[in-house]
Design a binder for this molecule. Structure first.
Ligand SMILES: [Zn+2]
Length: 427
C-alpha cells in the first residue's frame, strides 16, 4: 500500500536535536461540537481530538482527552460538526471550466500551472484534504510539480495523487476536427499498439504518475435496446497491456467509460475504477461488485442546471441518476468513491454539491459521507493514513456548519480545514 511521503520539512526537524519545541512536537487539542463517526452512521457530541505534529494521537469525550492534553494549543470548534478531511477522487486542477480548446490552444503550461495552484487552494478551502487529479489535459507532467510544491510546503493544497497525461488512441481524444495541415495539441497522450502503450505507462510512471488513466470509450448513444452504448477505444490486447504494465509497476488504473461497451471492456481488462459510468446496468454493477471495482460517478458536472448543452448530455445525466439508485440498491455503496470532475466546472463552484445528488439519488447521508472518506481512501490505497478520525491517522479534518447527517448541503459549508496538523481558516 502506498503511503504519503513524509515532507522534507519533517526530515529537517528530525535532524535538529537542539530545538526545544519543534513543529513535529506541536500539540493541538480540538473541541468538536459533534464528531461524525463514518463507520457507525452516527455522531458523538462534545469530542476531543488531540494532535501531535501531523498525526492524531487521541480521540474521545472532550473532558477525558483534555485531562491528558497538558498545555496543548486549544481550538474551539464546539459550534461545528467535525468530520475527516474530504477526498475528491476525480478532479482536474488544470481545467478552469471554460472552453476546452481555448485552454489547450491559447494558454501556456506555466499559465495553466498558476491556475492549478489556485484550484488546489480552492479544493482545500472547500474541505478536500486529498484529491486524485485525473490528468492534466495537455499540461504534460505539471501536476507532479504542483503535488511536489504542496508536499514541500511551498504552496497550500490537498494531498495529491496524480495521473499525469492519460492515454487515448490516435484520433479519439480532443482536439480533433482541425485541418490536417495544422498540427494541434491533444489533451491526452495518444498512443497505439500494446508495446507502445507499455512504454508510455513506464514513461508516465517514470515522471511521477501515481495512477494511469485511460479513455475506454467515446460517443455515447442510446441503443435500440434502451441501453447507453458507446464506441470502445482500444483493442483487447491494448487494454490488457496498459493494465498489466501498470500493475507490474505497482500502480492502479482509472478508466473513463460512459457507455456499456466501454465499461465492459475496462472491466474485462481489470481496471481499478470506472469514471462517470453513466451507462451502468445491473449486469455491469454486479460485475463491479464481484471484481471490487470502484465507481466515481461525477454527477454534479453533468446534472447541474446549465443551458446550451448537447441533448445527449441530459440523456446521460438521466441514465446516471438511475444507475446510481440501482447501484445503491444492489449493495455497491462501499465501492462508490466521491468524484466530481471539478475543473470540468469552474473551481468557484463548490464540488461538495455532489453530496446532495448522491442523497437525492438513493444514498443515506452517512453513505454519501463514506464515499468521500473511507471508500475513496480505500480506492486510493491510503486508508492507513486518511479517511477516518482516529489515533495514528493524519490530522486531516474539516468543520462544517450544520448537521450533514440530516442535510448534506451542510458539507458545502466548510468553516475550518486542517491538513496534517496545519489549520486553514476559510475566507
Ligand atoms: Zn474528468
Amino acid at each position: 500500500m502506498p503511503r504519503f511521503a513524509t515532507t522534507l520539512i519533517g526530515i529537517a526537524v528530525l535532524a535538529s536535536s537542539l530545538a526545544a519545541q519543534t513543529p513535529s512536537e506541536r500539540r493541538v487539542l480540538i473541541r468538536a461540537g459533534r464528531l461524525i463517526d463514518v463507520a457507525s452512521d452516527g455522531a458523538k457530541a462534545d469530542q476531543g481530538i488531540l494532535i501531535t505534529g501531523d498525526r492524531i494521537t487521541r480521540v474521545g469525550p472532550y473532558a477525558e482527552v483534555a485531562a491528558s492534553a497538558g498545555n496543548a494549543e486549544r481550538v474551539d470548534l464546539s459550534r461545528y460538526t467535525v468530520l475527516p478531511g474530504l477526498i475528491d477522487a476525480h478532479t482536474h486542477v488544470f481545467l478552469d471550466g471554460t472552453v476546452y480548446a481555448d485552454q489547450v490552444l491559447k494558454q501556456s503550461i506555466p499559465y495553466r500551472t498558476i491556475q492549478a495552484v489556485t484550484a488546489a487552494k480552492a479544493a482545500l478551502d472547500y474541505g478536500f484534504t486529498t484529491i486524485r487529479d485525473l490528468e492534466t489535459e495537455g499540461a504534460m507532467y505539471a501536476d507532479v510539480d504542483v503535488k511536489t510544491a504542496i508536499e514541500r510546503g511551498v504552496i497550500p493544497g490537498p494531498r495529491m495523487l496524480v495521473a499525469t497525461r492519460a492515454l487515448a488512441p490516435t484520433g479519439m481524444y480532443p482536439l480533433t476536427g482541425y485541418s490536417w495541415e495544422i498540427e494541434v495539441p491533444a489533451g491526452a497522450q495518444l498512443v497505439d499498439g500494446a508495446d507502445n502503450l507499455r512504454r508510455a505507462v513506464r514513461e508516465q510512471v517514470k515522471f511521477g504518475a501515481d495512477w494511469i488513466k485511460l479513455y475506454a470509450d467515446r460517443n455515447s448513444y442510446v441503443g435500440e435496446d434502451g441501453r447507453l452504448r458507446s464506441w470502445p477505444n482500444w483493442t483487447e490486447e491494448e487494454l490488457k497491456a496498459i493494465v498489466d504494465e501498470t500493475k507490474r509497476l505497482g500502480k492502479r488504473v482509472s478508466a473513463h467509460a460512459t457507455g456499456w461497451e466501454g465499461i465492459d471492456a475496462a472491466l474485462r481488462a481489470g481496471v481499478h475504477s470506472i469514471e462517470h459510468g453513466d451507462g451502468l446496468t445491473p449486469d455491469l454493477i454486479d460485475r463491479m461488485i464481484k471484481q471490487r471495482v470502484y465507481w466515481c460517478p461525477t454527477v454534479f458536472v453533468g446534472a447541474r442546471p446549465l443551458t446550451g448543452r448537447p441533448p445527449i448530455r441530459a440523456t446521460m445525466a438521466e441514465f446516471k441518476r438511475k444507475a446510481l439508485g440501482e447501484a445503491v440498491r444492489r449493495g455497491m455503496g462501499d465501492l462508490i468513491a466521491f468524484g466530481t470532475d471539478a475543473g470540468g466546472f469552474a473551481w468557484t463552484e463548490n464540488p461538495a454539491q455532489e453530496f446532495g445528488y448522491y442523497v437525492r439519488y438513493g444514498m443515506s447521508p452517512a453513505q454519501a459521507i463514506r464515499t468521500a472518506t473511507t471508500n475513496a481512501a480505500r480506492l486510493l490505497g491510503v486508508e492507513a493514513d486518511v479517511g477516518t478520525v482516529a489515533a495514528g491517522k493524519f490530522a486531516d479534518l474539516v468543520a462544517v456548519d450544520g448537521d450533514p447527517l440530516a442535510d448534506p448541503v451542510a458539507l458545502t459549508r466548510a468553516k475550518w480545514v486542517m491538513k496534517g496538523g496545519v489549520a486553514y481558516e476559510r475566507r
